[in-house]
Ligand binder design. Structure first.
Ligand code: PLP
Length: 457
């Protein structure tokens, strides 16, 4: 066979010659003299064309893929093993015990004593659940344009006939507590039924200051519910459902909780629960009342995601073993080291206000004229690492480094090395030394106190 005799590697010029020949044969020449539209010619062209169209041999990578998108995140082996169990009767006693244990354990992560419900759904489902359980058609809510996910959540609310006052933003800052206070202060009729905020805007790496937003609401003496999306912050960044008087916290399984996608959550305050009694949006699948009724005995009003719940039990055990405060410290530290790298490279971080830096991810601008998607694809091809894409307004301009979930110093060092090598290969102008700056952050040189090296060493 021709392809076997002339390998692509050995004779690229041979293949280029054939490609040119083919192209010349398949396009009409202006003088028409070289056009041979015979069936035989077309047959030969097709065979050679098929050979040339063979996909470039896929680069096979050894070792682990680096999944450094800001969720879904790497699932630890312990959780994977916990998922790998026979499905059990979801109405039997073993499942009842499992669900009660997990529903109880979840409260620690939300830092609440209120009930937490879970749905076999992605985060979008839990967004919808928060809306349909608390609001009525025509209700007004206050939302902030923090990025792609605030836009999507707004769309969900509007589809249910909610009137959204959407405060415009530049995708580089979070919801402003002062703006919350101003808008609520001037709402003397208490028309706003809820303030809805994305805590950690995954499209930008900007975290809104929920405690300050709550303080603003209290200063305005406004009764609106506070509904917060923590899909990319729960179990990664400090978040306190009770202390910050949040009424509904929305979360998902696939980020800080280190699980595959497929579970999502609402933590529900007493105030939200009583609002749900009079809320008039249609609801069935998402109805908290059915869920809370069944959950008392560890059951669900429908078939739960049995094996994900096994995984969740393991993930909760891991978070408890590490200690929630240490989990937050680890994420803060990795975010700091990442920023040190980005700043040393001379690239711009999307988040403008250091008080709003996300500890789950860092959004990075490429210099004008350089395509972030091209950089990401070079990194994927060469180093087998996935980075987050710029979403909607930021497409092609920004890439996102996820540093949340099951993650450690060496994984971060590998991640940043992949980015630095990618910047070189892609010809993106930058300064060297980003990885070194990050390593110095992770392992600052210790002061030598005149200690001499032991002779035994
Ligand atoms: C902050 C935030 N909210 C909502 C969503 C939507 O969640 P899902 O894609 O799981 O439906 C995401 C997804 O990444 C997110 O990051």
């Amino acid at each position: 066979m021709l392809a076997a005799v002339v390998s692509r590697r050995a004779a690229p010029s041979f293949w280029m010659f054939f490609a040119r020949l083919l192209r010349s044969g398949s396009q009409p020449r202006s003088n028409g003299s070289l056009r041979m539209e015979t069936g035989r010619r077309r047959g030969v062209a097709k065979v050679i064309g098929n050979l040339l169209a063979l996909p470039k041999r896929e680069l096979k990578h050894s070792g682990h893929h680096f999944l450094q998108i800001p969720g879904p995140t790497n699932v630890p082996d312990r959780v994977l093993r916990a998922l790998d169990r026979p499905v059990i009767d979801h109405r039997g006693p073993e499942f009842g015990r499992l669900a009660r244990e997990v529903l109880d354990g979840l409260r620690t992560v939300f830092q609440t004593t209120s009930p937490v419900v879970m749905y076999p759904a992605s985060g979008t489902g839990a967004w919808e659940a928060a809306i349909v359980n608390t609001l009525s058609p025509g209700d007004r809510v206050l939302m902030f344009e923090t990025g792609h996910f605030s836009q999507l959540w707004r769309k969900v609310a509007e589809r249910f006939g909610i009137q959204v006052e959407y405060v415009p933003g530049n995708w580089r800052t979070g919801a402003q507590p002062a703006e919350v206070e101003k808008r609520l202060d001037s709402d003397k009729q208490h028309a706003f039924k809820a303030v809805m905020v994305v805590h950690n805007e995954t499209s930008t790496g900007v975290a809104s200051r929920i405690a300050e937003i709550r303080a603003s609401m209290n200063r305005a003496l406004h009764p609106a519910l506070l509904i917060v999306d923590t899909i990319s912050s729960l179990a990664s960044m400090d978040y306190r459902h009770d202390e910050w008087e949040v009424d509904v916290t929305v979360a998902g399984s696939q980020k800080g909780l280190m699980l595959p996608p497929g579970l999502s959550f609402n933590a529900i305050s007493e105030k939200a629960l009583s609002a749900s009694e009079s809320a008039r949006l249609p609801r069935s699948y998402w109805d908290w009342r059915d869920m809370l009724g069944s959950n008392k005995a560890g059951f669900f009003p429908f078939t739960p995601a049995t094996n994900l719940i096994y995984g969740l039990r393991e993930a909760l055990a891991m978070l408890q073993e590490e200690g929630l405060a240490n989990v937050f410290r680890r994420h803060d530290r990795h975010a700091r080291a990442t920023r040190a790298a980005v700043q040393t490279w001379g690239l711009e971080i999307v988040c403008q206000d250091p008080r709003e830096y996300s500890s789950s991810l860092t959004g990075v601008y490429l210099p004008r004229g350089h395509d972030a998607d091209r950089l990401r694809s070079i990194i994927l091809d060469n180093f087998n690492m996935s980075l987050g894409a710029g979403l909607s307004n930021l497409a092609g301009k920004v890439f996102r480094i996820g540093h949340l979930g099951s993650f450690n110093d060496l994984m971060l060092a590998g991640t940043l090395s992949g980015v630095e090598m990618g910047l070189r290969l892609a010809g993106v102008p930058h300064r060297d030394g980003g990885v070194t700056a990050a390593l110095e952050c992770l392992a600052p040189p210790t002061e030598e106190k005149g200690a001499s090296v032991s002779k035994e060493n």
